[in-house]
Ligand binder design. Structure first.
Ligand code: NAD
Length: 499
């Protein structure tokens, strides 16, 4: 495979400074998909300098909000044009089915369209201070240079939540996708260049968190870090960014309670519980992998989920019959397998899955069977830790108060769901759960218009919605006195002089 210039710094495609490369391998069968540059510290510093220079030179900040919003709309059009090509490459990188990658692309385009519209209508505001000679205005200005660091599970979608508002705001940025899934970010940067994003505003660094992550999160020339990924990395980034008091937005993990009461529409609740736990093989930050079931329906619900889990067909991106795909890497599968083994050692009952599939055609990929662990207790590690794999843990509860208490008994606070036909109870539980998104009698939908983010260890800040744009803006107060006057605070007489 030939070496390619796929880093983007100061409007130029380039190789890594030491000409190093990383092989990207298919999670489906381990085959070589691509060979991409592996950026060095030197490359990361050059990308930061490029972003800093473009920002300080006003190459993008001189545009109006509506001009930048129009550009973001043009990017949405180009994404629409290339959607199929990008979906194919993303399905190869992640191992997810092409149909899922197509859904993701539809969502990506919707995010760019939403921020284009929001940016076109962005205005400051005036504060009435009750004095005719005073004009008091709040204006919104870009934060500056932003490092945008993303995960591998929804590579372009997570990037879109950052790139679209950053562009509307007028920030310059360095995008660093996960080293495992770089393809769609490369496509996106090509599109940004084609759409006319000024030189130096959008920079692309491909490489490991250990080498390029540190400068992107600690360099004093970076004003903000927006990160989506695991809790441990989030803590490291928070520490690195603290040294120069950067603005940070962190979207971290979750261990999301999916609460089913006995009066719920059980057919819908069971079906959605299977989707919530096993979509994308559980590699979803909001996956409903912590099932809380009212005791009287436990056996009925768990038996149905076990049956459904066993019937899920695994397969690669091009397998038309497949229902979900492999895990992202060998290392990640090993981690989930260790998690399952520890759960069983802790006393969880294995009701479905737990092993690798036996089919010949799946042997070279990182597949793991959909797994159900019953009889779990809140204090077990398997209930408290995010597996980020196809594993549902089951706990039982007897009362509404207990369901709420269990649902909140986690360091995380990303999302959760409640299933009941009692409207008042649904509202009470939804309000009491300390998670950033709560679904009532549903699981999983999100909208570009609606804020997404976590309470507690699931992160800080919000993506999507107006808040997702304000992360990239600083509010500035400009006070104008149209009739300047002396302040009169200190007497004008000097020392020794009689007043
Ligand atoms: P990860 O933390 O391992 O890596 C995420 C990114 O951080 C990668 O680009 C990686 O290279 C980079 N990185 C690693 N170390 C770094 C460092 N020291 N400094 C700077 N960057 C560094 O996470 P992952 O395995 O790619 O993603 C899975 C995690 O992401 C899960 O915990 C999942 O819950 C979370 N996630 C959260 C959301 C959300 O919206 N809250 C969405 C998707 C994924």
């Amino acid at each position: 495979m030939t070496r390619q210039a796929l880093l983007f710094i100061w409007g130029q495609w380039c190789e890594a400074s030491d000409r190093g490369v990383r092989e990207i391998r298919s999670p489906h069968d381990g085959s070589l998909i691509a060979s991409v540059p592996e950026a060095t510290l030197t490359d990361a510093l050059a990308a930061i300098e490029s972003a800093r220079f473009s920002f300080d030179a006003g190459l993008f900040t001189s545009w109006s909000y509506s001009e930048r919003a129009k550009l973001v709309g043009r990017i949405a059009d180009l994404l629409e044009r290339d959607a199929e090509m990008i979906a194919i490459s993303e399905s190869h990188d992640t191992g997810k089915r092409i149909v899922e990658a197509r859904f993701d692309l539809t969502d990506v385009i919707a995010v760019f369209r939403y921020y284009a519209e929001l940016g076109a209508n962005l205005n400051g505001r005036n504060v009435d201070v009750g004095r005719n000679e005073i004009k008091s205005e709040i204006v919104y200005e870009p934060v500056g240079v932003a490092s945008l660091i993303g995960p591998w599970n929804y590579p372009l979608l997570q990037a879109s939540w950052k790139v679209a508002p950053a562009l509307v705001a007028g920030c310059s940025f360095i995008l660093k996708p996960s080293e495992l899934t770089p393809s769609s970010a490369i496509h996106l940067i090509r599109i940004l260049d084609e759409a006319g994003v000024p030189k130096g505003v959008a920079n692309l660094i491909l490489g490991s968190g250990a080498v390029v992550g540190f400068p992107l999160t600690s360099d004093p020339r970076v004003d903000m870090v927006s990160f989506t990924g695991g809790l441990a990395t989030g803590k490291t980034i928070m520490g690195a960014a603290a040294q120069t008091v950067k603005k940070i937005a962190l979207e971290l993990g979750g261990k999301n309670p999916n609460i089913i009461f006995a009066d719920a529409d059980l057919a819908a609740a069971i079906d959605n519980a299977v989707t919530a736990g096993f979509l994308h093989s559980g590699q979803v930050c909001s996956a409903g992998t912590r099932l809380l079931v009212e005791r009287e329906i436990h056996d009925q619900v768990v038996s149905a989920i076990v049956e459904r889990a066993r019937a899920i067909r695994l397969g690669g991106p091009n397998d038309q019959e497949a229902q979900t795909g492999p895990l992202i890497s060998q290392a990640h599968r090993a981690k989930v397998e260790t998690y399952i083994a520890s759960a069983i050692a802790e006393g969880a009952k294995l009701r479905a899955g737990g092993g690798r599939p036996s089919e010949e055609n799946l042997r070279d990929g990182w597949y793991l069977e959909p797994t159900v662990l019953d009889e779990c207790k809140t204090e077990m590690n398997c209930v408290q830790d995010e597996s980020f794999g196809p594993v549902i843990t089951v706990e039982t509860f007897d009362t509404e108060a207990e369901a709420i208490q269990l649902g909140n008994d986690t360091i995380y606070g990303l999302s959760g769901a409640v299933w009941t036909s009692d409207h008042d109870r649904a509202q009470r539980v939804a309000r009491a759960l300390r998670h950033g998104t709560i679904w009532i009698n549903d699981y999983g939908p999100y909208r570009p218009e609606a804020e997404w983010g976590g309470f507690k260890a699931s992160g800080t800040g919000r993506e999507l919605g107006p808040s997702g744009l304000f992360e990239y803006l600083e509010a500035k107060h400009i006070w104008t006195n149209l009739n300047p006057a002396k302040s009169g605070w200190f007497p004008e007489t000097s020392v020794g002089e009689k007043p």
